[in-house]
Design a protein around this ligand. Structure first.
Ligand SMILES: [Fe+2]
Length: 213
């Protein structure tokens, strides 16, 4: 893993993906998973500390086998990049409280190491992703790897914004993976105000321990 030059500001290229988001119909999510957008909206209106957990719960409750299969089939039929993972806009909350995107990860494709400016929740819909966790060392202003876990289809994760949740997602399998992500940000700023790209310490080259669960 290469060392990045510095932590990038929110006004610079802090996209998780260098490709543009493929905007489809904003009602795509409602077509494929009826009720999920409403459940997420309800979760967003609750106690702030609990929002990411309730959104994760909404994902888990709504995405049963049938709706997951429908959504994956639709995502797999959409345009994608052979070079980097591809994002598809599934739903933009009219009030701007949250945005839902689907990510397609072909083998070897991964995100940069990043923190979030806002809460997030995601669920793997197809395949297996590797999630690397990092801690931020304020003395050197860099993040270092301390753990790595597998996220298989059906698994979900959530977290608050801030430097306590720094991660990287990567498809190290030989099959295409698909995941659904919800961010506490309006769609207009989803590409610029969600991910904070992190500089990585060389200690990331020799993590100890690394767990593959
Ligand atoms: Fe993330």
């Amino acid at each position: 893993m290469q060392t990045s030059p510095s932590v990038q500001s929110s006004h610079r290229a802090n996209l998780a993906s260098p490709v543009g988001m493929h905007a489809q119909s904003e009602s795509l999510l409602e077509l494929e998973v009826p009720g999920l957008a409403a459940s997420i909206r309800q979760a967003c209106l609750g106690e702030a500390d609990l929002v990411p957990y309730r959104v994760r719960q909404a994902l888990n409750q709504a995405l049963d086998r049938a709706s997951t299969q429908r959504l994956v089939k639709t995502i797999m039929s959409m345009p994608y990049s052979a070079q980097t993972y591809t994002r598809h806009l599934l739903y933009a909350d009219p009030a701007g409280m949250f945005t839902v995107v689907a990510l397609r990860w072909d083998p070897t494709q991964g995100s940069p190491v990043h923190a979030h400016y806002t809460w997030c929740a995601y669920r793997v819909l197809r395949g297996v992703l590797s999630e690397s966790h990092f801690e931020y060392d304020r003395s050197i202003e860099r993040a270092y790897l301390f753990n790595r876990v597998k996220r298989a289809a059906g698994q979900s994760v959530c977290g608050h914004g801030g430097m306590d949740f720094i991660h990287r997602l990567h498809n190290v399998s030989d099959q295409t993976a698909v995941s659904i992500h919800v961010y506490g940000m309006d769609a207009a700023r989803i590409s610029s105000h969600v991910n904070r790209i992190m500089a990585v310490s060389l200690r990331a080259e020799t993590p100890s321990p690394v767990q593959e669960k």
